[in-house]
Ligand binder design. Sequence first.
Ligand SMILES: [Zn+2]
Length: 356
Amino acid sequence: MEYEGKYYNGRVSKGIPAFIVLEENGISINYSTGEENGHVFWELEGIQQSEFNDATTLLRYGKYPQQSIAVFEQGFREALQQKYKGSAFLKSNYTSFLNTGLLGLAVVGLSLFALTMAFFIWGVPFLADRAAAHFPRDFERELGTNLHEKMLMAYDVDSARTVALNKYLDNLQVTSDFPIDAVVVKGDEVSAYAVPGGFVVLHDGLLQKMERHEELAGLLGHEIGHVQLRHSTRAMARSLSYYMLLSLLFGDVTGIAGVIIDNASTLHNLEYSREAEQEADKAGLVLLQQNKLDPKGMVWLMERLDSGEPEYMEFISTHPRTQNRIEELNRQIKEAKYKPASNPALEAAWEELKKK
Ligand SMILES: [Zn+2]
């Protein structure tokens, strides 16, 4: 049986039409350039399989100048397999082809796995954070309202102090996209936190530590800063991003709000970045300045808490670099010099808040 193909002699790149015959101990090639006819014989041991693709079988032979043949006929490959079954050039190349295939697959598989892992570890929280930064305001407020209600179930609200605190807030100039609702809850916990959509929860334990109302104004400014800059919303979205992803995967978009609300307790443990804390500090300072209150208010509070037992205080505990924050605040205070004025309305509300 003769197969038609092209013969390459290794010296000239052009292929020469050839007839190929598979013999017992090798391949016989008869070629014809039109001007001259030639014949070569390839010993089996010198043959290398170069590549198989669907249409073409390519074989190489010998050292430099390396000859090769390309055969386009369909039956040629099967004929090779039958004739030289078990011979080195078929076997070795098949094995190596197989190895490359598996190795390639393994590499692709591992890369995909690594990409998927990277997506889950960094991508998902990042996307959740970005998404949360663009929640519509109404949605965020509604979310926060539900969240806030759910959280308050775990606390004992101090109604009298809550009224006084909101009176204090009413007399404070605040810049925010959200209406601000603050609540005082009973208990010794020295902490305060911001709930998405405009809610601030202040523990009585922290209120009792304060000695001047400027400290409260600074603290409120700080927490309102977290709300306004969406730190709490974004941090919640990051920490709950896997649940959010699941509810998205199951096509339950409204479920996202449910997931966040079901995890209201997460709010206690939210960690903000140092940048976020500094931004919130700055917001606190701006609020003090807007209201012509002594800008030292927040610094006093921090210094007091830092020397005491600060471990519960979100202000202090999220990041240990309280000294850096105080220094940064002091620097900003120096830049913006103004004369603090007294504010009778705020002082009256403060007196009410501190009443035994
Ligand atoms: Zn903070």
